[in-house]
Design a binder for this molecule. Sequence first.
Ligand code: TXE
Length: 435
Amino acid sequence: MSGAESLARAARRAQPAWAALPAARRKAVLRRFAAFVEREKDSLARTLTRDMGKPLSQSYNELNALPGRLGFFIDNFEAALRPHSVRDAGGTAEALTHEPLGVVANISAWNYPWFVGTNVFVPALLTGNAVLYKPSEHAQATGRAMARLLWRAGVPRSVFSPVFGAGRAGAALLESDIDAVFFTGSVATGKKVAEAAARRLIKVQLELGGKDPVYIAQDADPLKAAPAVADGAFYNAGQSCCAVERVYVHERIYERFLEAFLDAVRGFKVGDPMDRDTYLGPLARAEQVPFLESQVRDAVRKGARLLWGGRRLPRPGAFFAPTVLDRCTHEMALMREESFGPVIGLMKVRSDDEAVRLMNDTAYGLTAGVYSRSKARAQRILSQVDAGSAYWNCCDRVSPYLPWSGRKDSGLGLTLSTAGIACFLRPKAWHLRRP
Ligand code: TXE
């Protein structure tokens, strides 16, 4: 029997008692977990940076934002568990309750391990499920710390079990006695996960990649938009599913935007991720460096103009220079394939309609942003873009109060918001006829 299988069987045995606890008991346990994370923040931030190279200041940002994220789940899960009396239909009372899925597998990622992990396993635990959590192989020490703090807070070890390893461990987990799988990662692996889930008809939720566009409309203030978009593109070295990956700028303000954008990018400090003033550290995966080099080569060969960076940096670690290209077209891989790195392509556009066409010209559908002085103009444009999240004068932003959903190759299902709590439950419809 595989390690995952024995953990799944132990979870199956332990889950009913965890679900049978009063909701207030589970709430108190997860509140203690949140308090332990806060108390150990300094060492957890350093562990996260050592794990995957995120600059220490950004590791702190992720941990500092966690209480708000966890607090949302802790404060809002009980409503999802409340039984409903629906109606009385001629002597038959109709009622509705919600029951946990059972044993949930969470196969997770390395770019924001605290966010993408707790987005799944905290609501799963609060609603009475047991969780088998497989951290990415690039964030295992962080995964170990999560398990240690959950157990110390009072989650039984067999109710939250970490599964360590890479793809093979993930594949074995998919074959174990689970009722659902929640996955964050690449499209290619997401499709393997969905195939494995389909063979067993278990529930699957996929949070995959993105090729997120931003459009700077003619009436926008280019000097205000440029630094915000630069941060949206290069934060966490661009390793975020909702990082800005394409920038379209109206031709009338293009030169002013480009100058301000390059100023912002030139100001990013590349360095040791443990230094507090480093903005851009190494990539988490060494194999991404040659991938980014090939995207830059392809773009330049097809006519793009390389304005900044464009190559790996001659220093230990997977460092890639913050890179800006323009005169891009959609014939270039750079404008269509997810880069997931500190590389960005810009294009001039002549109209809002052209921007809509280009923003929709992608296999992804995660987020899209418009900078404009007019909310109506932004809403008119964004209502035509096939994406799960829309941004007006902002980008690269996630809120626990709003569903996080991807369309097309960006995923299946959603996390966050009350809908991201309810997805860990199944309805039971009651038809109660008095004798
Ligand atoms: O993803 P993988 P990686 C995207 C982004 C990035 C790419 C690769 O494009 O460049 O994914 O990142 C486990 N069966 N995102 O390598 O390979 C694996 O061990 C079951 C976007 O991290 O998909 C890890 O735990 N599991 C995303 C998880 O799947 C398998 C964040 C993801 O690994 C498996 C991260 C298999 N056959 C990457 N093979 C986002 N939405 O932000 C691997 N795994």
